[in-house]
Design a binder for this molecule. Sequence first.
Ligand code: CA
Length: 294
Amino acid sequence: MGQPIVLESSQHVYAFAPEMTPAGFADSGAIVLFKTADAFNGQITSPDDTLAELNFDAVNPATGPLHVKNAQPGDILAVDILHMSTGTTGIILTVPGSGVLRAMTDAVTRIVKIGAHWIQFSDQVRIAKQPMMGVIGVATKEQRIPTGTPGRHGGNMDTRDIAAGATLYLPVFQEGGLLAMGDAHAAMGDGEVSGTGVECTSETLVRVRVLKNQSLDWPWLDNQKERMVIVSAESLDDATGEATEQMVRHLAQALDKGLDEAYMLMSSAGSLRISQVVDPLVTVRATIPRLYLD
Ligand code: CA
């Protein structure tokens, strides 16, 4: 194995769009190191720095995009997340008018130390470190979508399972796929209710693979235990409905069973989980243990 291709955090975008200028090129099967800035691009370094107004066009720098050779519209780009290391400083924020508790008026910034296995949340409380990538996606079909917004192209899905050991499958809409990622979190709870996880820089090693002629409606993810579809929509009702339908149709096809059978299996063994409810669209994942697919 040769040296990985390296994309520096200075090579970043603030939107996914149909036309994007590649920051690098790779063959299918290549290993690539993405160095990512934190979601605020280094602007917040002390508790005195707050974001009174969060402009979703000017945060969430995503390193890339990477052009993967031979990725064509209608293919899948598989991203094997091999390893994630984080910076040693984390940022946690509350933002007035943002998050689930929108009436909470204080803008509070906490800077925390990220160790090898733990985040020192307070003098008394440590949180287990579970690095994940908040923003990861590809060039869009038609729209210019800020990196703060999730969608069919991926983007700001803020899904805890997008972590080392997982494979994320993204639909390819443009030649080369044009993969970019950023907004790493050293840890994040489902929902991301205040609007941030433990925001940090990262060095994330991935393998990119092109799967020819296999289209997807939404991003899918496999980890050791589960398969899931990650759906973003205006409302939780819309997102749960679409995620459930996607998974039920997938189960019916994969198991060669009727929709009723697949629906009952999803209802008995699958789960719906909230990824985040604080971005311009909300994100829900429908999951099924992989043992039912074997
Ligand atoms: Ca995010």
